[in-house]
Design a protein around this ligand. Structure first.
Ligand code: ZN
Length: 228
């Protein structure tokens, strides 16, 4: 979620969380397309997302998309992010407190559904049936995946992280019937056909992480994994 100010949104405050809980993921449900892509190992490490946060997410959706719901139904886009953080715990710690985010000062706090670590471990932070604030204009229909690292190349050039990211994305896109062209980088958000934003001042807002040139490589590698 790279922002102009490095401290924004993600993760520079490296407050290590205690107690990563390893368990199998059961990554949520939703309408499933047929999928032949194998589900990669996923550690379920959910952030608190109780009634208050859900209510705030529904109000956010009302303000930005004109629909009062916190539910993510039939996701049609997957957005790849760079967290600007050195560990999955740091990423998670940024998302845990339900406080206004440092960039747009809105509630609920930002989050993403998954974070991929530098070692290739995948953590699920939010249920797939719940909307997360990770990409202005697309939160109504997009699954968000954070990557540990500071620049696109940190993930692209890390074989373990890249392999895990591609496996996760392939599994998700096959599960939900998401086309490869709708696997995008955060920086590509404004050109997505699914982008919509009711707040005029945010209609051209995006971040610099996962640029088109990086995503061309990413999607080529994803395509190499084969069809669903
Ligand atoms: Zn991002």
């Amino acid at each position: 979620m790279r922002t102009a100010a490095r401290a924004a949104f993600c993760c520079l405050a490296v407050l290590l969380a205690g107690g990563a809980v390893a368990a199998s993921a059961g990554a949520g449900a939703g309408a499933a397309a047929s999928s032949r892509a194998a589900r990669p190992p996923i550690v379920r490490w959910l952030i608190p997302f109780g009634p208050k946060r859900k209510h705030e997410m529904a109000a956010y959706s009302e303000r930005h998309y004109g629909e009062h719901t916190w539910r993510l139904i039939h996701p049609q886009v997957i957005v790849e992010h760079m967290a600007e953080a050195s560990s999955a715990a740091a990423v998670r710690n940024t998302f845990v407190p339900d406080v206004p985010d440092v960039e747009l000062h809105e509630l609920p706090n930002v989050c993403a559904h998954f974070v991929v670590g530098a070692s290739g471990r995948i953590f699920q932070l939010v249920n797939l049936r719940t909307r997360c604030r990770h990409t202005v204009g697309l939160n109504w229909t997009a699954i968000g995946i954070e990557h540990v690292g500071y620049a696109d190349a940190d993930a692209l050039e890390n074989p373990a992280e890249m392999r895990a990211s591609l496996r996760l994305t392939q599994w998700l896109r096959c599960r939900f019937g998401i086309k490869i062209r709708n696997v995008i980088g955060h920086n590509e958000s404004l050109s997505s056909p699914y982008h919509r934003e009711d707040v005029p001042s945010l209609r051209t807002q995006t971040h610099g992480d996962w640029r088109h040139s990086s995503m061309r490589i990413y999607r080529k590698r994803l395509r190499a994994l084969g069809r669903c």
